[in-house]
Design a binder for this molecule. Structure first.
Ligand code: FES
Length: 88
């Protein structure tokens, strides 16, 4: 079963190990996440982001999330990673 999942051309199938047995599940991939070297976490697709204030912000197309910890607009990236020469 694991080999079948690994051959899935769309990546829509996934698996995880539970009690040393591989199990499969269907995973929706309506969003794509990309880690930018030395920069933010990019999420492509429509999102609802729940902020610490409780406000829910609807995002579309592409969102950049801070990985460096320096943004003044967390959880979003504000470009500070460049100023502080973030590596990661
Ligand atoms: S990753 Fe861009 S401000 Fe932190």
């Amino acid at each position: 079963m694991v080999k079948q999942v690994q051959k899935c051309p769309s990546g829509a199938l996934g698996y995880y190990f539970k009690d040393e047995k591989a199990e499969t599940e269907s995973i929706s991939s309506e969003q794509i996440v990309e880690t930018i070297p030395n920069g933010p976490l990019m999420v492509y697709g429509n999102l609802e982001v729940k902020l610490p204030s409780g406000e829910v912000k609807k995002m579309s197309k592409v969102s950049a999330f801070c990985r460096c910890g320096g943004s003044q607009n967390k959880p979003f990236c504000d470009g500070t990673h460049k100023k502080i020469d973030f590596k990661g």
